[in-house]
Design a protein around this ligand. Structure first.
Ligand code: COA
Ligand code: AMP
Ligand code: ZN
Length: 432
């Protein structure tokens, strides 16, 4: 059973032919943007033509830093009037990365989302509760429009407020829900505190989990706690958001939709393709986006292609669950955090000393980010009420920057243990 059979089971040869045609169209569109308009390899490829998808290796990569260039309209490939929505990264300092969509882009994204959910067994008879954040997070509206296209009854619950999540589930008979895996431990505890068992007291049969790395063991734990099947959902805002790669009911890796993206896996140092089946950095090119095509985007996510055909009959290759990142970004409560964002906030404050470190801990089954901050010696003398105010101020600034409330510990200079060589700032002790 497929959402759109012809595309999902297209043989490799025809899939590659379709990719080459769509890449040519994408380049013609991309060159209208100020950024790609300046890239000679793109104009050259348009002149000489794309006969085979292998030719993509002649095009340059695009990085997150590039996306910030000519902010905010550097990558806009249409008239601004055509754009109907944007999503952007968090942060109050520096340029965020922004992605624009026209009507075609939004409907193509919703379709990929519907296709993904259908592959995981979701049907129009399901009641779907989305526990991701709405607003600029793509996990909110991205799932919303896909679920509506699929025809489920949707409950746009948004993130947080576990008691209300449980009430919604029970009142409306939620059968499928989407959440960040690390949140589900907390949700389970609240079920228990209320004297409820999600296996008996809800109609849940499926959970869609994604937006942050998790292990196979974590998936199995979630399946046991809730009495469901849990499917891995992968995506990133630069490639729309969710709906990029998804597990089918075989649960053996994530089909990555190759009619919508060219997918490469490279060695992050040599920038050459890795040998088949080896782990490397995922590089992606949009093939069906008009307002903002992105060519050879270095996602920084590490994964590998899985060998063999999938029993479900879908021909789009499968990638393994994300094994890590080739940069220092970490994800806390579904929010992406770069240590530099935190450093940027701290170093602007004259009271703050030279050192800080970020401890990621699981406390009562909830992930927390503790930031230890050295404060200059003088502030520890006399009236200490100032330190209270400073702690609140830093909490506020960091929450505004990364969207997660940190626990701030102010410490005296010299009290943060030094690491050998290059300073290590992040210590991840979270229960995986
Ligand atoms: N998803 C949903 N709810 C979450 C969550 C998550 N990832 N992480 C925490 N929560 C819940 C908490 O359980 C708490 O509710 P409860 O006390 O009723 O159980 C509530 O959100 C606030 O938690 P707190 O720890 O005080 O959070 P915070 O002030 O640091 O803010 C969130 C955190 C949850 C508001 C913010 O991290 C968020 O919006 N996360 C969702 C991100 C997302 O959807 N990403 C998808 C990207 S595609
Ligand atoms: P955003 O652009 O905010 O949606 O964040 C995208 C990033 O979240 C990706 O580049 C990954 O690092 C991470 N991510 C999303 N989905 C998954 C997943 N299923 N497993 C692991 N990491 C994920
Ligand atoms: Zn499959």
């Amino acid at each position: 059973m497929y959402w759109e059979k012809e595309l999902e089971v297209l043989d490799h040869k025809n899939l590659e032919k379709l990719q080459a045609e769509r890449l040519m169209k994408t380049l013609r569109q991309a060159v209208n943007s100020p950024y790609y308009g300046r890239i000679p390899e793109i104009s050259h490829a348009i002149k000489t033509g794309i006969n085979s998808i292998e030719q993509i290796s002649e095009l340059p990569f695009t990085t997150k830093e590039d996306l910030r260039k000519d902010f905010p309209w550097g990558f806009l490939s249409t008239d601004k009037r055509e754009v109907v929505r944007l999503h952007s990264s968090s942060g109050t300092t520096g340029n965020p990365t922004v992605v624009y969509h026209n009507r075609h882009d939004l409907s193509s994204w919703a379709n990929l989302m519907a296709r993904s959910l259908f592959a995981a067994g979701v049907r129009d008879t399901d009641v779907f509760q989305n526990m991701a954040g709405y607003g600029l997070f793509t996990g909110g509206l991205g799932f919303q429009y896909g679920v509506e296209m699929l025809g489920c009854l949707s409950i746009p619950a948004g993130a947080g407020n576990s008691l209300r999540q449980i009430k919604l589930m029970r009142d409306y008979g939620t059968t499928v829900a989407h959440a960040i895996p690390s949140y589900l431990g907390r949700l389970y505890d609240v079920f228990k505190e209320e004297g409820l068992d999600p296996r008996k007291d809800t109609k849940l049969h499926t959970l869609v989990i994604g937006a942050e790395p998790h292990t196979e063991e974590h998936r199995q734990r979630i399946e046991e706690m809730f009495g469901v099947k849990a499917y891995n959902s992968f995506g990133l805002s630069e490639m729309n958001g969710p709906g990029v790669a998804f597990e089918c009911t075989e649960q053996n890796g994530l089909h990555i939709w190759e009619d919508a993206y060219v997918v490469e896996i490279i060695d992050p140092i040599t920038l050459q393709p890795v040998a088949d089946g080896e782990i490397g950095e995922l590089v992606m090119t949009t093939l069906d986006r008009v307002a903002m095509p992105v060519i050879r985007y270095r996602t920084r996510d590490l994964t590998r292609f899985l060998p063999g055909e999938c029993k479900c009959g879908r021909t789009h290759r499968r990638i393994d669950r994300i094994a890590g990142r080739s940069d220092d970004m970490f994800i806390m409560k579904g929010c992406n955090v770069f240590p530099m964002q935190i450093e940027g906030v701290l170093m602007k404050l004259s009271e703050v000393g030279d050192d800080y470190r970020i401890l990621l801990e699981t406390i009562n089954d909830q992930d927390e980010m503790i930031v230890e901050v050295e404060v200059k010696k003088d502030w520890f003398k006399g009236d200490l009420s100032f330190l209270d105010k400073l702690q609140k101020h830093i909490t506020h600034l960091i929450r505004d920057e990364v969207l997660v409330r940190p626990l701030i510990k102010l410490v005296e200079p010299g009290s943060i243990p030094k690491t050998e060589g290059k300073a290590v700032r992040v210590f991840d002790h979270r229960k995986k």
